[in-house]
Design a protein around this ligand. Structure first.
Ligand SMILES: *Cc1c(COP(=O)(O)O)cnc(C)c1O
Length: 473
């Protein structure tokens, strides 16, 4: 498989090059597969549905063809995924895809752990160390730090916005030692991302150091996220008939989104043949993509702080990949945009808890809110021609821009798979403020609370960051 540059499709590179470079410094473009392979029908039709690891292997193989022997790929998948992505039914038409069973309790473990092992594989015959720079709005850094911790020949520098992530998230980022360091940056997530992007386009710096990225811009983080969509969709479709007696249901993946890496992975899974009719792109007040779907105009903007802080992104980097896959019209057929305020996020945590007993984290709650509105008539209103009040939260489409699955929704033929992207115990104060009982803290989170803070304060100025890199890489 070759990977093309999103800014110049005549530039095509191998998987190895796409992974090791992260992005193309010459154009600023991201890498994307030149074509999306289809999963074989016998695989998709298996009954009972395939295991998570079998799904991961079948899905990954065509993307790495010719660049990694099957045995190595299988070993990487086995080592990366000692955990799975269980599907929890919470009512007859709603399934929660739990993506928090990895070591850092957030979905980014799926991408980071695969990427770390793929990079180690490709880095085996290099003599200079590889330096990974990663900007994080919360969970990326800990997932990447944890995934690379102790990996020989590779070190990781994590940049996070000081004071803008939860105390527990900060503990998870700042307590690494050895080959993983963290910088607490005086600024926003966008500032962190800008420092990293500037370093990558700094030709002089790149001459001296081998740099790579680990944000969702790296294709090796994006592809493995398709595994759980395929796995989850097959698992839901395999059991839905017994749960709800709907003939030929249409499955919607409801995706709480920030940088849109997760959603882009879902689009890849759908192109591969996963039985997903469409997606709800659910965001907080950082509604750049819902606005784009609504108006056709893409206006990146500064990020706004919200309760679902891992989604506080005003200029989502994977938008470029979504555009490389689809035109606006094509995207509107598949995706519906929805955005949610902080008070609605709290209400959603509470309403899910009251009606099902399930405790959501604030990110998953954004997805729950979107699905609650859609299943209880928001799409009916859209198809009946209701107009959109400007600047209001909720479903942002009209009869003209409604997705292809809108009709099925109105007829009651839709199911939702809500992606629960983090464990609620990571956001315990918010969850309790919403009126839930205190979520039980998993051991692996409890442990980091007792470790000392080792992060280094850093200004958002590129010069200062560069000096630090020169002195410390
Ligand atoms: C990163 C993150 C998101 C957003 O995912 P994107 O791929 O950036 O859209 C949502 N929820 C949690 C908990 C996250 O850590």
């Amino acid at each position: 498989m070759l990977y093309r540059d999103t800014r110049d499709s005549s530039i095509q590179v191998s998987f190895r090059e796409a992974v090791m470079r992260g992005m193309n410094p010459a154009t600023g473009g991201l890498y994307f597969p030149v074509s999306i392979p289809k999963l074989p029908a016998p695989f998709m039709g298996k009954n009972p549905p395939p295991s998570f690891r079998d799904t991961a292997f079948a899905a990954a193989r065509p993307f790495l063809e010719g660049e990694m022997p099957d045995g190595d790929l299988m070993a990487i998948i086995a080592a990366a995924y000692p955990f799975s992505a269980p599907v929890k039914p919470v009512d007859p038409v709603t399934y929660v895809l739990e993506l928090f069973h990895g070591p850092t309790c957030a979905f980014k473990d799926f991408g980071a752990r695969f990427m770390a092992r793929v990079m180690r594989f490709f880095n085996q015959d290099e003599d200079r160390p590889l330096h990974i720079l990663v900007a994080t709005s919360g969970d990326t850094g800990s997932a990447v730090g944890s995934a690379f911790y102790g990996v020989e020949g590779i070190d990781v520098t994590i940049l996070y916005p000081a004071g803008k992530i939860s105390p527990l998230q900060e503990k998870q980022l700042s307590t690494f030692d050895g080959n993983v360091r963290s910088l607490s940056v005086e600024g926003t997530f966008d500032d962190c991302q800008k420092l990293v992007k500037t370093a990558f386009t700094d030709a002089d710096l790149r001459k001296r150091f081998r740099l790579s990225s680990a944000n969702s811009i790296n294709i090796a983080r994006l592809l493995p996220q398709a595994f759980y969509y395929i796995y989850g969709a097959l698992a839901v479709m395999g059991r839905s008939k017994r749960d709800n007696h709907i003939e030929c249901p249409q499955l919607l993946a409801v995706v709480p989104s920030g940088n849109f890496g997760n959603l882009t992975s879902g689009l890849i899974a759908r192109e591969m043949g996963a039985p997903i009719a469409g997606f709800v792109a659910a965001t907080n007040a950082n509604r750049t993509v819902p606005d784009w779907l609504e108006t056709g105009e893409y206006k990146p903007r500064p990020s706004v702080l919200t309760l679902s802080n891992a989604m506080d992104v005003g200029a989502p980097s994977n938008f470029e990949r979504m555009r490389a896959m689809y035109s606006l019209e094509e995207a509107r057929k598949i995706l519906a945009g929805f955005w949610v305020s902080d008070s609605e996020t709290l209400e959603a945590i509470r309403s899910c808890y009251d009606s099902t007993g399930y405790i959501l984290d604030p990110h998953g709650a954004v997805g729950w809110k979107a699905w609650q509105e859609i299943r209880s008539g928001a799409m009916d209103g859209v198809l009946a021609g209701e107009s959109l009040p400007p600047g209001k939260t909720g479903l942002r489409c009209t009869a003209e821009t409604a997705p292809d699955w809108a009709d099925a929704c109105v007829k009651g033929n839709c199911l939702a798979m809500i992606l629960e992207t983090a464990h609620p115990a990571k956001f315990s104060p918010i969850v309790q403020r919403a009126g839930c009982r205190e979520p039980v803290m998993p051991d692996r989170l409890e442990h980091v609370l007792s470790l000392p803070d080792r992060s280094v304060p850093m200004s958002a100025d590129y010069g200062a960051f560069r000096d630090w890199l020169e002195a410390n890489l």
